[in-house]
Design a protein around this ligand. Structure first.
Ligand code: UD1
Ligand code: CA
Length: 484
């Protein structure tokens, strides 16, 4: 990202620290303390997800595309602990606004955090479509005009609900004030240039005048928007940059709006993958999270969900109604319809499903097959091994080229503890076998069908444990005769 080199105002350069390279120190503040009453949810608005990521995480990602995480400060309040925990890994800072008394009040609580900076860019935690490019454009415009405040504005066909930007005259670069929808005159309501809720401020005049905000308005709150007229009256320069991408400023106030923004993220993700060589049939039916990666020539059929940190190789095929949560899937893998795969690794040229369930911690090695109605948990299935039908493998280590017959079950749980099943290379497990763990089946052993095994099986042996077959000749015929 290119930084604009500017000369700093003299008064500021004496007091405020400047980075070694002489560039102004820029902070980004993300306002995220509100509950989001209009969502009618007990969860904080900024933790609701769109495109598989919380709204706040999207805004943080955009912010850290412009400044390092250490210069990003989120203002949190409602459910502060859960918000902090959800995004702590990003390395940003937090300011707690205990009582949410308005957007202006939010900035008041961040006074101390802002003091070391020259410039602050203010973003809204509920507007997740913002991009680093637009933030950088706002920064450059603001710095080049040496303004005290710059508003990112947008011209919308329907400006209802937003604050309106009042320019000093028709096409003037200077802004006189922002009026909120509720306080606007009928004439002002006709203005289509709206306040996006994103701003850049010079920190010194902002902090000098922040205390002048009042609560004599429709909501009885400190409006950050009032800083426009306050700074203007103090003789400072207040400008507005009209964005060329008004879609980016869309905020979320209701769950209907959340669904719309989620749809935008998903479609944008599908378009990006398709432009990278991924075939997606009926992309509007697929749910692919923002951070998912897919290699070229992979085919994604309708109604597939790829979530979390999922990584898929090239030339794989994901058939309909498969849900993948944070898995790694190799090149040329075939995932047939209806599979549920969670936190597992699936190797190259494997085949899964239809209707296989990998619970967390599985590793399916190269060329292995997992078939119809097979459930696995914390299990490693070695190269070329097969578990094709109606099987449960839990806490198992299965070697290479093992055949696990239909209906095989590892009894890994004794009601108190979990135990391991180890099946070495080349073992043949007959259908309907029950392996009571802990147990080890030695290399190359054979298990007769319908065995219930409780002891280790030595390599290259046959293990059988089933009731001997009894034949009573003519028994059925005689029974039928008795009934007549
Ligand atoms: C605000 C602007 C409005 C603009 C609109 C754009 C004001 C007074 N109005 O209205 O001009 O058109 O954004 O979307 O600023 N927040 C806090 N602490 C508080 C209050 C709010 O952190 O005490 C946070 C909220 O969590 C939210 C953001 O600030 O993320 C914006 O607040 P919100 O109440 O949604 O403002 P709008 O009514 O949308
Ligand atoms: Ca809002």
């Amino acid at each position: 990202m290119r930084m604009t080199r500017i000369k700093k105002p003299r008064s500021a350069s004496r007091r405020l620290p400047v980075e070694a390279n002489g560039r102004p120190r820029i902070a980004i503040v993300i306002m995220a303390a509100g509950k989001g009453t209009r969502l009618r949810s007990k969860h904080p608005k900024v933790l609701h997800q769109a495109g598989g990521k919380s709204l706040l995480a999207h805004v943080i990602a955009a912010a850290t595309g412009v400044v390092p995480a250490r210069d990003v400060h989120a203002i949190i309040g409602y459910e502060a602990d859960s918000v902090r925990e959800a995004v702590a890994a990003t390395g940003i800072n937090f300011v707690v606004q205990k009582e949410q008394r308005g957007t202006g009040h939010a900035l008041m609580t961040a006074r101390e955090a802002l003091a070391p900076y020259d410039t602050v860019i203010v973003l809204s935690g509920d507007a997740p479509l913002i991009t680093p490019e637009t933030i950088a454009r706002l920064r450059d415009f603001h710095l080049s005009r040496k303004a005290a405040m710059t508003i990112l504005s947008a011209v919308l066909p329907d400006p209802a609900g937003y604050g309106r930007v009042l320019r000093t005259s028709g096409r003037s670069k200077e802004v006189q004030a922002i009026v909120e929808q509720k306080s606007a005159t009928p004439k002002q309501l006709k203005l289509r240039e709206i306040n996006s809720g994103f701003y850049a401020f010079a920190v010194r005049p902002l902090l000098a005048h922040l205390g002048e905000l009042k609560t004599d308005n429709a909501h009885g709150e400190f409006y950050l928007t009032d800083m426009a007229s306050i700074l203007r009256k103090a003789g400072e320069s207040v400008g507005a940059l009209e964005t060329s991408t008004p879609d980016e400023i869309l905020g979320i106030n209701t769950l209907v709006e959340l669904a719309e923004i989620d749809r935008r993220f998903r479609m944008a993700k599908c378009r990006r993958l398709m432009s990278q060589g991924v075939t997606i049939y009926q992309p509007e039916t697929c749910v692919i999270d923002c951070d998912v990666a897919v290699g070229p020539d992979t085919v994604i059929e309708p109604f597939v969900q790829l979530r979390g940190s999922t990584r898929i190789g090239s030339e794989a095929r994901l058939c309909s109604f498969t849900v993948v949560q944070s898995c790694e899937i190799g090149d040329g893998a075939l995932v047939q319809p209806g599979c549920v795969l969670e936190h597992s690794r699936v190797g190259d040229r494997t085949s899964l499903g239809p209707y296989s369930h990998l619970r967390p911690g599985c590793e399916i090695c190269e060329g292995a097959h997992v078939g119809n109605f097979v459930e696995m948990k914390k299990t490693r299935l070695g190269k070329g091994s097969k578990a094709n039908h109606l099987t449960y493998l839990g806490d198992a280590e299965v070697g290479e080229n093992v055949n696990v017959g239909a209906g095989t079950i590892t009894c890994n749980y004794d009601g108190v503890q979990k135990h391991k099943t180890i099946i070495e290379d080349g073992v043949f497990v007959g259908s309907d076998s029950i392996l009571v763990a802990p147990i080890r089946i030695g290399k190359g052993a054979y298990i007769g069908a319908a065995s219930c095994l409780t002891k280790d099986v030595p390599a290259d042996s046959l293990a059988l444990s089933r009731a001997p077959q009894v034949i009573k000749e003519g028994w059925a015929r005689e029974r039928r005769a008795r009934k007549k």
